[in-house]
Design a protein around this ligand. Structure first.
Ligand code: MN
Length: 259
């Protein structure tokens, strides 16, 4: 057996045996799944999740049930592709159908901002918070995800989750630093979007989107269970639906964690 074949066999054995745990970082999709609410002057809004039966063991299909689903691409736990943003729109490999598959399994660094976010819903993670994490855990490796833990996913009431647009996120400098100085794979959050709720008023507006996608990097929003991940060492699996011409998609995000 080659070393790689042995590694792969050990991986599946370790997952089945529980030595490597699988942590689900995904919200459940329901009609009340919170969707970002843009002020009308900013632009159109995206439809929430809805589902109607095609058949349900009835005259339309006596032996089977299946449904038609409708939602915006950026609903619930979802992937932001570079093509989602004006700064990333021309990357030929920047759409959900064209991102190379090997970019979709990568290590994750988790920066705990839960205390700060509980104190101040408009908390901004600064470069100094990232550097404080690096003091303890070492430099963020290139092509790692950085996940901002805020415990925001514990807000199960949709209104409390959206919080009138007052939600934490990265500062302009932190978003630029992660994309340009750390060359991360992407930036993930527990809130409805990768930017802070007030980031529409920043310069540039929505800096996580601006810098991450402008550098052909990705975003993950509405993650959950980040409190179950170690600061370093988890590997996350993040394949969006392969939508031609799309800008992202809802997805299941799984983390592999040493047990
Ligand atoms: Mn999005």
């Amino acid at each position: 057996m080659t070393a790689a074949a042995e590694l792969l066999a050990n991986l599946s054995t370790s997952i089945q045996g529980g030595a490597i745990k699988v942590v689900d970082l995904t919200q459940t999709l329901t009609p009340t799944t919170p969707v970002i609410a843009l002020p009308p002057e900013v632009g159109a809004n995206s439809p929430p999740f809805s589902m109607i039966p095609v058949s349900n063991f009835d005259e339309k299909g006596p032996g089977w049930a299946w449904n038609e689903i409708r939602m915006g691409e950026h609903t619930g736990t979802h992937f932001d592709a570079p093509n989602h943003w004006h700064t990333g729109r021309t990357y030929p490999d920047g759409g959900p159908a064209t991102i190379p598959a090997d970019q979709l399994i990568a290590p994750a660094c988790v920066i705990d901002c839960s205390d700060e976010s509980a104190e101040n819903p408009d908390f901004l993670m600064e470069v100094e918070h990232i550097k404080a994490w690096e003091e303890k855990h070492g430099k963020i490796p290139a092509k790692s995800w950085v996940l901002m833990r805020t415990d925001w996913s514990k807000r199960t009431d949709p209104d409390a989750f959206l919080n009138g647009g007052h939600t934490p996120g990265p500062s302009i400098e932190a978003a630029k630093f992660l994309a340009e100085e750390r060359d991360v794979m992407g930036f993930g959050v527990e809130t409805v979007g990768t930017d802070a709720g007030m980031a529409g008023m920043f310069d540039p507006p929505f800096p996580a989107h601006h810098f991450m996608h402008g550098n052909n990097r990705y975003g993950l929003a509405s993650l959950t269970n980040l409190d179950k991940l170690p600061p370093k060492g988890a590997v996350i699996i993040t394949p969006p639906l392969k939508i031609a011409g799309g800008s992202g998609s809802p997805l299941r995000v799984l983390a592999l964690v040493a047990g």
